[in-house]
Design a protein around this ligand. Structure first.
Ligand code: NAD
Length: 253
C-alpha cells in the first residue's frame, strides 16, 4: 500500500507534546522516519519503542540545536526530506507596561527559531523537500490582550510567504498551518466558561484535536501538495471564515 511519507526523513520540533507529537505519529504511520526535537527534560517515553524516531533535545532558539537536529537526520537516516517547525510558546504581556523582554522571548521562539530551522535544513535538503510551520489563526487577526502572540504568528505567516520565493529555486516548498483552538498542552488552562466561550465561536461547534492539525502538516509535506507553496492553511473548524460580526449558529449533531 502506498504511504504519504514512504522512507522520507522529517524533522519535527516541539515534538514531545500536542500537535508535534501527533505529527510524529502521523508521519510514522505514513511510512516516514522522524527526528523528534524538544526541550531537555520533556517526556519522550512514548517514542521508546518506535525505531523510526530519533530524539534530539535542545532549545529551538539556539542555532546549535537546529544544526544538531539536521546533523542527526543525516547521521541516523542519511538525509532530511522535510521539517515541521512547530515548537512555539504562548505569552501575554500588558501592552502599556508589561516587560518587553517577554515580547522578545516569544519572538525568539516563535519567529527567530523558525528562521534558524529553515536555514539549518534548507542547506542540505534536496529538490522535492518540504517545510511546514505551525502558525495560528491568531496570526490572521487581532485578539484582546494577545498582541505578543498574535504579532509573532502573523510574522511567521509572512515569513513563510517570503521564504517560499527564496526556497523555490532550490525545489523546496514551505507552507504554514494555522490551527484554531486545539486541545493540547498549551491550552489546558482553558476550561469551564473560557473553553465554552471559544467553542461557541467555532462554526463546527467544537475544539480541534492535535491529529486534525497533524493531518494538515502531513498533507502539505507530501507530494500530494506538490504545487502548494507560500500558503497558510487555517485548520480551525471555520473560525477564521467568520467576520466576527455574528456568533455562528449553535447546533449539536
Ligand atoms: N493549541 C492551540 O490551540 C494552538 C493554536 C494555534 C497554534 N498553536 C501552535 O501550535 C504549536 C504547537 O503547540 P501545541 O498546541 O501542540 O502545544 P504544546 O504545549 O502541547 O506543545 C508545544 C511544544 O513546544 C515545545 N517548546 C516550547 N518552547 C520550546 C523551545 N524554546 N525549544 C524547543 N521546544 C519548545 C514544548 O516543550 C512543547 O512540547 C505552537 O507553535 C503553538 O503556538 C497551538
Amino acid at each position: 500500500m502506498s504511504q504519504l511519507h514512504n522512507e522520507r526523513v522529517i524533522w519535527v520540533t516541539g515534538a514531545a507534546s500536542g500537535i508535534g507529537q501527533a505529527a510524529v505519529e502521523e508521519i510514522v504511520a505514513e511510512g516516514g522516519r522522524v527526528i523528534a526535537s524538544d526541550l531537555p527534560g520533556t517526556d519522550f517515553s512514548w517514542v521508546e519503542d518506535i525505531e523510526e524516531v530519533f530524539v534530539v533535545t535542545g532549545d529551538v532558539s539556539d542555532p546549535d540545536h537546529n544544526e544538531a537536529a539536521v546533523k542527526a537526520a543525516q547521521d541516523e537516516f542519511g538525509r532530511i526530506d522535510g521539517a515541521v517547525l512547530n515548537a512555539g510558546m504562548a505569552g501575554r504581556v500588558d501592552l502599556f507596561d508589561g516587560p518587553i523582554d517577554s515580547f522578545d522571548r516569544v519572538m525568539e521562539v516563535n519567529v527567530r527559531a523558525v528562521v534558524l530551522g529553515i536555514r539549518a535544513c534548507s542547506q542540505v535538503m534536496r529538490p522535492g523537500s518540504a517545510i511546514t510551520v505551525t502558525a495560528s489563526t491568531s496570526g490572521m487577526r487581532g485578539d484582546p490582550g494577545m498582541w505578543v502572540y498574535n504579532t509573532s504568528k502573523a510574522a511567521v505567516i509572512n515569513l513563510v510567504r517570503s521564504a517560499s520565493m527564496d526556497l523555490a529555486s532550490r525545489g523546496i516548498r514551505i507552507n504554514a498551518v494555522c490551527p484554531g483552538p486545539t486541545e493540547t498542552g498549551m491550552t489546558t488552562g482553558f476550561e469551564g466558561e473560557s473553553y465554552e466561550d471559544m467553542r461557541r465561536r467555532i462554526p463546527l461547534q467544537r475544539w480541534g484535536n492535535a491529529n486534525e492539525i497533524a493531518a494538515a502538516h502531513s498533507f502539505l509535506l507530501s507530494s500530494q501538495a506538490s504545487f502548494i507553496t507560500g500558503a497558510h492553511l487555517p485548520v480551525d473548524g471555520g473560525m477564521s471564515a467568520n467576520s466576527g460580526q455574528f456568533t455562528p449558529p449553535a447546533f449539536s449533531l
